[in-house]
Structure formats: structure tokens, C-alpha cells
Design a protein around this ligand. Structure first.
Ligand SMILES: *[C@@H]1O[C@H](CO)[C@@H](O)[C@H](O)[C@H]1NC(C)=O
Ligand SMILES: *[C@@H]1O[C@H](CO)[C@@H](O)[C@H](O)[C@H]1NC(C)=O
Ligand SMILES: *[C@@H]1O[C@H](CO)[C@@H](O)[C@H](O)[C@H]1NC(C)=O
Ligand SMILES: *[C@@H]1O[C@H](CO)[C@@H](O)[C@H](O)[C@H]1NC(C)=O
Ligand SMILES: *[C@@H]1O[C@H](CO)[C@@H](O)[C@H](O)[C@H]1NC(C)=O
Ligand SMILES: *[C@@H]1O[C@H](CO)[C@@H](O)[C@H](O)[C@H]1NC(C)=O
Ligand SMILES: *[C@@H]1O[C@H](CO)[C@@H](O)[C@H](O)[C@H]1NC(C)=O
Ligand SMILES: *[C@@H]1O[C@H](CO)[C@@H](O)[C@H](O)[C@H]1NC(C)=O
Ligand SMILES: *[C@@H]1O[C@H](CO)[C@@H](O)[C@H](O)[C@H]1NC(C)=O
Ligand SMILES: *[C@@H]1O[C@H](CO)[C@@H](O)[C@H](O)[C@H]1NC(C)=O
Ligand SMILES: [Cu+2]
Length: 555
């Protein structure tokens, strides 16, 4: 794996000059079953081009990317280009039944999008069933040719993809949970670039090795592609300088520990200031409420060139799973660059002031083992997936697929983080919230204690947003907005709503289409923690959704 990784990197360096001149990047993704053999368990997995993790996509800002996805497996497939804004090209966004019907077995679809106004580390992943467990890879957007990073150029860059591994088939795991009505099994191991390192009760003990030279600066593009777990990332005896999250630059700051939720990316600079040695890289879960977690630490090695492999690795102790202060300190350190070249255009006038509760509930389920099933909601609405995609329903005015009456406030206000209502039931529906083109939104996401408070990483498609505020307890509409950061709030596409607390975001609806918003813990998405915004076309020439491509899959 290490060799394959280095080889891929070498290929990238080799093709680097090509990228400078090509405005169109072509990729072919063959969806195939491959037998994974170098991991915790050997089993057939769904892959792209037989690789786990999948291939890295490289492009530059302003490039058009064409990816032909050919489905050779028996599962339906769709792929999401996570964090790509897809300006007017919602047809290429990827979530199944939201912006497209699935690519069915034997079919293909060309994702066609142009990367505008973005550069940095993103990733791609399957957006159907639980297939993203193994169907994911990095998507690197380099700055325009000749445009430097707003920090000293690193000597080398490396992708560090974090994931979760189940010994069982992931679809069997979620199917079993849906039948029982309760939580699915947690994973058996975490992975760093597809390898777990030594893990109890696992077949492979192999770990990823990053070869480094002394006295250089390396940039690590860390991506959390795990299904259900927020993660801590550390390197023994090395400080990390954070320079970017979710493909937006941040004011650099130093930390020992990165916290990263599923759906988030973080670029860090690492100085190889030691003369030699082997240093442990640890990846461990962050979950600060008493529910089951895969508590197995994944490890990789930072290996200084010339250090004999017999030398003992310098270890690091991962933070405890409930290290809330470590996580909060990291999150509170994030500030957007807000420079002349990269201004923070935070909306100051708000057209839609929204508040959504985020949490879990319990509904009747005659077919489930106990007659009940855990569900999840925004504003007490458990989202029901439609039979055809919402974007086509919107574009072709097909009635009966969705309504646009998603509640702008919780239907029944109560002490969200205090005593919970006795009734944990939710309503079920396919309800969207409608926005006029270029209108502005403030959205307060309020966690509830229903069943259990929990940190929810909420991901919005089609936009970046500014994280203007965050707090513990119930949001106070009088006091809390006074403390909002409207100057240099971090800009991102996935935000953690702290357990028993709230996060406030702002964005401008300058992208027509239907845009999914959901928890990036896959189990919560499955349970219904999802909704969508429908953004109408504007009046100007470049303010309308483009027509659907001819090969858009049919339902
Ligand atoms: C996958 O690998 C395992 C262990 O090496 C082997 O037992 C199994 O037959 C293989 N399956 C396939 C489909 O190749
Ligand atoms: C990609 O989409 C653009 C419109 O956004 C269109 O002009 C172009 O022909 C498409 N390319 C392919 C190969 O389909
Ligand atoms: C889930 O875990 C239970 C208990 O360890 C085990 O019996 C069951 O087979 C697991 N389910 C799957 C799908 O692996
Ligand atoms: C890493 O090295 C660069 C260049 O020597 C220096 O500017 C920077 O402060 C160093 N960072 C850390 C975390 O030591
Ligand atoms: C992980 O969880 C298992 C069972 O839940 C427990 O037995 C074990 O001690 C835990 N390990 C660590 C390192 O916390
Ligand atoms: C974290 O969990 C440990 C072990 O369960 C406990 O001793 C400690 O008090 C907890 N720390 C916090 C900050 O909750
Ligand atoms: C859908 O309805 C809108 C507004 O009524 C109209 O402008 C548009 O042409 C209709 N589209 C189709 C495909 O019928
Ligand atoms: C959610 O909706 C259900 C079904 O209408 C209702 O019984 C319940 O009281 C509502 N709960 C809240 C917190 O709004
Ligand atoms: C969007 O609204 C802002 C603020 O009102 C305005 O400055 C801008 O020109 C508008 N953009 C478009 C494309 O209409
Ligand atoms: C695949 O998607 C199509 C279109 O929505 C659907 O009819 C079919 O049942 C799906 N197949 C499977 C195996 O889920
Ligand atoms: Cu969640």
C-alpha cells in the first residue's frame, strides 16, 4: 500500500505539467467488486477501479472535470463530489434520489462539472446505501496555475484518508439494524490510507508508512471518510500547523491534535524537525456521549529516511474519546483568512432566519423486532426518500414528489437540552425549504437531548457557509447573536453541532437547484436526519439551473 501510494504520488508529479495546460480533466471510474486482503478482514468490497481507498482526482480551480462512472456491480450507485459547489450543475452533485436517479447495474453516467472559486482538499464518495464505506477517494483542487498557497510552499504533499472498517459486509450491518429498529454495529477498526496498523482480533497488522526527510515541511491533506465517527489525529512529538479546512484557507494556528468529523477535511503543515526516528500517527474516535463507539486506535508511522526499521517507534497516547475540551479548543481556533485575496463575504442582512432542531426520535415500526425504530430529524421531520429525484421533480414541475413547507422553526418549542418531551415520535415527510435566488440564510442548528445528545456533523451540498457562532445549551436568540463572529468566521461545508449545544451558520443562496443537507454520520442519515433546500432560478443569464444531461440515469 505504501509503495502504491508513493507510486501514485510519483505519477501525480509526473503529470503535474499536464494539469497546468489541460482545462478538462478526464477520469473513468469502474465500479467493481474486489477482494480486500490487506485489512482487518478479507472480504469482497465495492471499489472504484479495484482500489481501496479509491483513485485521487486532481484538478485546478477553473478546470472542468468529466468522470465517467460505469457500474459493474449489482448495487445501484451514485457518486457525490463532496464540497464541490456545482454552480448551476446540480445534475452532477450525486446524492441518489435528491439530484439524480441511481446509476443502475450495467449503466453509466458522466459527471460533468466546473470548479469555480474553490481550491483545496475535498473528496468524493458513494451517496447511496452505505457504500461510501469503501467507495471514496481524495479530490484535490490545486490553485490556478502560478497562484501560490497563502503559506510557504511545502516540500511535498500527501493525502491522508481516514476511514472505518467492518469485518462484515457493511450493507449486512445496516440491513440488520433496520430490521431490529436499533443502532447498527460499530466498526471493527479505523484506517489510515486503507490500513489499520496493529489491531486486536484483526488479521492484518500492516500500517501506513509515510517516508519523510529531515528538515522539510510536509503538507498533509487529511480527509475523514469514515461513516459514523469523528476522529482525533495526532503525530507523536510533532506540532501541526492548520492552514485549510473544507477547501478554504484559515489563519494558521498550531495544535497537537486535529479533530475531524466525517465529511470534513483539514490541511496541516508538519515540520520534520527531528534528525531521525519513527513516530506514531494515531487516529482515534471522538464521541463525548455514552453510546457505543469503535474505540480501536488506528496507527501509521512517520518514518525519517535513514532510520533503521528496528528502531522503536515513538508512541503517542490518543486523547480519550470524551476529550470535549481538546475538540472545542481546536474548533474555536478556526478563523477564515479574510485577506484581500480571500475575503470572508459573510451575509450581513438576513432574509431567512431559520432554526432547526437536530436529534433522534422513536417511531412505530410494526415490522421491527420491538415494534419501534429509532429515527432522526430536523425540526421533528424524519425525511422520507422520494421515488424519483427531487431535482427532476423541481425542474419538470412534477407534483406529488415533495412539498416546500419545511418548518422554519421547531414546531413545538421546549427546553431542547433539558427535560425531554415524553413523546419521542416524529412526523415523516419529503418537505423542502424554498429560497429565492441570492437570498440570505441564517440557520441555527440546535441539538436536542432526545434519546441522547450527540455531536452531529451537518453537511450542506451546493454551498459553503460561514460558522458564525457555537454554544452549549439552548440557543438564546437575544444574547447569542451579539457574540456572532461576522468578520472572519471559518467557512466550510460540514459543521459539528456540539452535543447538547448549537451551531449557527450563514450562507447566500446563489446556486439554483435542490441542495441536500444531512448529518454526515451515515447512521443518522439513514434514520432520516436529512432535508433539502430548493433554490429557484434567478432572472439573470447565468442564474438558472442548466438543463439535465442526456445520459442522466432514469428511475
Ligand atoms: C478472498 O480472499 C480470501 C482470503 O484470501 C479467500 O478465502 C476468498 O476465497 C477470496 N474470495 C474471492 C472472491 O476471491
Ligand atoms: C459538460 O457540460 C457543459 C455545460 O455545463 C456542456 O457544454 C458540455 O458539452 C458538457 N460536456 C460533456 C462531455 O458532456
Ligand atoms: C453485529 O454484532 C453482533 C454482536 O457481536 C453479531 O452477533 C452480529 O453478527 C453482528 N452483525 C453483523 C451484520 O455483522
Ligand atoms: C516550520 O518551519 C517553517 C520554516 O522553517 C517555520 O516558518 C515554521 O514556524 C515552523 N513551524 C513549526 C510548527 O515549527
Ligand atoms: C473499548 O471498548 C471495549 C468494549 O466496549 C472495552 O472492553 C475496551 O476496554 C475499550 N478499550 C479502550 C481502549 O477503551
Ligand atoms: C471521560 O471518561 C473517563 C472514563 O470514563 C472519565 O473518567 C472522565 O471523567 C471523562 N472526562 C470527561 C471530561 O468527561
Ligand atoms: C415549471 O414551472 C415554471 C413556473 O411555473 C415554468 O416557468 C417552467 O417552464 C415549468 N417547467 C416545465 C419543464 O414545465
Ligand atoms: C413531533 O411530531 C409528532 C407527530 O406529529 C408529535 O406527536 C410530537 O409531539 C412532535 N414532537 C415535537 C417535539 O414537536
Ligand atoms: C445578490 O445580492 C447582493 C446583496 O444584495 C448584491 O450585492 C448582489 O449583486 C446580488 N447578486 C446577484 C447575482 O444578484
Ligand atoms: C435501483 O434503482 C432503481 C431506480 O430507482 C430501482 O427501481 C431499483 O429497485 C433499484 N435497485 C435496487 C437493487 O435497489
Ligand atoms: Cu448526526
Amino acid at each position: 500500500m505504501a509503495l502504491a501510494f508513493i507510486a501514485k504520488f510519483a505519477i501525480f508529479m509526473w503529470f503535474f505539467p499536464v494539469l497546468i495546460y489541460c482545462k478538462i480533466q478526464h477520469y473513468k471510474f469502474d465500479v467493481e467488486i474486489k477482494n480486500a486482503t490487506r485489512l482487518c478482514s478479507s472480504k469482497p468490497i465495492v471499489t472504484i477501479n479495484g482500489l481501496f481507498p479509491g483513485p485521487t482526482i486532481y484538478a485546478r480551480e477553473d478546470d472542468t472535470v468529466l468522470i465517467k462512472v460505469v457500474n459493474h456491480v449489482t448495487y445501484n450507485m451514485s457518486i457525490h463530489w463532496h464540497g464541490i459547489r456545482q454552480l448551476r450543475t446540480g445534475w452532477a452533485d450525486g446524492p441518489a434520489y435528491i439530484t439524480q436517479c441511481p446509476i443502475q447495474p450495467g449503466q453509466s453516467y458522466v459527471y460533468n462539472f466546473t470548479i469555480t472559486g474553490q481550491r483545496g482538499t475535498l473528496f468524493w464518495h458513494a451517496h447511496i446505501l452505505w457504500l461510501r464505506a469503501t467507495v471514496h477517494g481524495a479530490l484535490i483542487v490545486l490553485p490556478k496555475a502560478g497562484v501560490p498557497y497563502p503559506f510557504p510552499a511545502p516540500y511535498q504533499e500527501h493525502v491522508v484518508l481516514l476511514g472505518e472498517w467492518w469485518k462484515s459486509d457493511v450493507e449486512a450491518v445496516i440491513d440488520e439494524a433496520m430490521k431490529s429498529g436499533f443502532a447498527p454495529n460499530v466498526s471493527d477498526a479505523h484506517t489510515i490510507n486503507g490500513l489499520s496498523g496493529p489491531v486486536p482480533n484483526c488479521m492484518s497488522q500492516e500500517g501506513f508508512t509515510l517516508e519523510v526527510d529531515h528538515g522539510k515541511t510536509y503538507m498533509l491533506r487529511i480527509i475523514n471518510a469514515a461513516l459514523n465517527e469523528e476522529l482525533f489525529f495526532k503525530i507523536a512529538n510533532h506540532k501541526l500547523t492548520v492552514v485549510e479546512v473544507d477547501a478554504t484557507y484559515v489563519k494558521p494556528f498550531q495544535t497537537n491534535t486535529v479533530v475531524i468529523a466525517p465529511g470534513q477535511t483539514t490541511n496541516v503543515l508538519v515540520n520534520t524537525s527531528h534528525l531521525s526516528g519513527k513516530y506514531m500517527v494515531s487516529v482515534s474516535p471522538y464521541l463525548d456521549t455514552p453510546i457505543a463507539v469503535d474505540n480501536v486506535t488506528a496507527s501509521a508511522t512517520l518514518h525519517y529516511s535513514g532510520t533503521p526499521s528496528t528502531v522503536a517507534t515513538t508512541l503517542t497516547a490518543p486523547p480519550p474519546r470524551n476529550a470535549t475540551l481538546t475538540a472545542s479548543k481546536f474548533i474555536n481556533s478556526l478563523r477564515s483568512l479574510n485577506s484581500q485575496a480571500f475575503p470572508s463575504n459573510v451575509p450581513l442582512q438576513i432574509d431567512h432566519s431559520l432554526m432547526f432542531t437536530v436529534g433522534l426520535g422513536l417511531n412505530r415500526c410494526p415490522d421491527c423486532v420491538t415494534g419501534r425504530r429509532v429515527v432522526a430529524y430536523f425540526n421533528n421531520v424524519t425525511f422520507v426518500m422520494p421515488k424519483i429525484d427531487l431535482l427532476e421533480a423541481h425542474y419538470y414541475n412534477i407534483s406529488g414528489v415533495f412539498t416546500d413547507d419545511f418548518p422554519e422553526k421547531p414546531p413545538m418549542p421546549y427546553d431542547y437540552t433539558g427535560t425531554q418531551p415524553e413523546n419521542f415520535a416524529t412526523t415523516e415527510g419529503t418537505r423542502l425549504y424554498r429560497l429565492a435566488y441570492n437570498s440570505t440564510v441564517q440557520l441555527v442548528l440546535q441539538d436536542t437531548g432526545m434519546i441522547v445528545p450527540e455531536d452531529h456533523p451537518i453537511h450542506l451540498h451546493g454551498f459553503n457557509f460561514f460558522a458564525v457562532g457555537r454554544g452549549i445549551g439552548n440557543f438564546d436568540p437575544e444574547k447569542d447573536p451579539k457574540k456572532f463572529n461576522l468578520v472572519d468566521p471559518v467557512e466550510r461545508n460540514t459543521i459539528g453541532v456540539p452535543s447538547g449545544g448549537w451551531s449557527a451558520i450563514r450562507f447566500r443562496a446563489d446556486n439554483p437547484g435542490v441542495w441536500f443537507m444531512h448529518c454526515h454520520l451515515e447512521v443518522h442519515t439513514t434514520w432520516g436526519l436529512k432535508m433539502a433546500f430548493v433554490v429557484d432560478n434567478g432572472k439573470g443569464p447565468d442564474e438558472s439551473l442548466i438543463p439535465p444531461p442526456a445520459d442522466l440515469p432514469l428511475c
